[in-house]
Design a protein around this ligand. Sequence first.
Ligand code: ZN
Ligand code: ZN
Length: 416
Amino acid sequence: MRFKGDKNLGLCMIDNTVFMEKVQDEADKVLPELKKVKDEIGLNPELGSEEEKSSQLLVDLLRGHGFEVEYPFFGMHTAFKAVKKGKESGPVIAICAEYDALPGVGHGCGHNIIGTAGVGGGIAVSKLLDDLPGEVWVIGTPAEEGHGPYGGSKVRMAEQGVFDGVDVSYMIHPMTGTSMVTGNFLAVSGITLKFKGKTAHAAADAHNGQNALNAAVLTYMAIHANRQQLRRDANPVVHGIITEGGLANNIIPDKAVLRFGVRSSDDTYVPELVEMVVNSAKGSALATGCELKYTVSSGLKSNLPNDGLEKLFIKVFEALDHEYTDPVAVAKMPPGGSTDFADVTHVVPGIHPMIGLAQEEMAMHSKEFADVTMTPEGDKGLEVGVKALAMATVELLTNPEMLAEIKAEFEKRRLK
Ligand SMILES: [Zn+2]
Ligand SMILES: [Zn+2]
């Protein structure tokens, strides 16, 4: 079913019809190159902080189309910043690109599409910049999935001024099901718990040991016991694994490690969830005579919404005749995932539309979804992503009143 949005949004103050058509033609011209790179990245998945080939492919594309590219960028060898300037100063639009894969499932989150769609959107707009004011940036942001030293790179980029001077930032992300103009993202923090006990023969000398695995199992179960009392209105999610729990069954384990993630739509609830997890571990350490050491990651924020940017992408999806779910219905859905792009939405107005690829029931972060990115459905998602990003950018470069509204809304929400 196609949701019919309001076609009379009254937002377009300048007739930019010619530019809108031209930018789609430019997108069509670059699509064969983009598809090739999308598939190459898809066939050679690289984990976060190790995306050497993927970032190089995207940088080569941008340089080949006349962008000034800083690479490496921000002290990260797989990050980049590409800039193309218009005929005069004006709005600065930063499109974010991701290109990291997941262990075991390759591009099961479809970041091969995100990277090429971001780069393609930038390239399509760049072909019009002799006639338009402003600047288009494409920022290559490593390790969105959190792997390695660059994990959640956008958090540090947002904190440390990479988005200074940017008027609006966005990116697209593929998904299963029907597209959305925006997603709801949860704040998240990661906790690593390490127990130190004492080894001993598991039968003959067990009374001389301190069992770190028992501390880990008790922690796991204590966290389970707390779930019933969590605030349901805050959409809490607590998920964890035991990554180390001994070396042989005839030795009392002296080391056990757990990794937990805690998420909520209420950023202020996350520290309480962290405390619940840590207290469960402290109690278990006491119960087993083990020593506990733990670390808590700085985490990711939930996203700051922007109605003006939602309207912009509704307009773009309508113009592309692309089906999307009613944003009112999306707002009522329980949020599921998290993204480091949410931190960007707290420093500049930002939005993260989701492009539906596979219509059948399918899990994200799966091998099946990685496979879909390599099919004609994946190609179609790339095309929609490129055009949506390009058209949204043309709109913002030609419609100062819409941009002013988006920025004013951002300042108002930010103050709350
Ligand atoms: Zn993911
Ligand atoms: Zn993702």
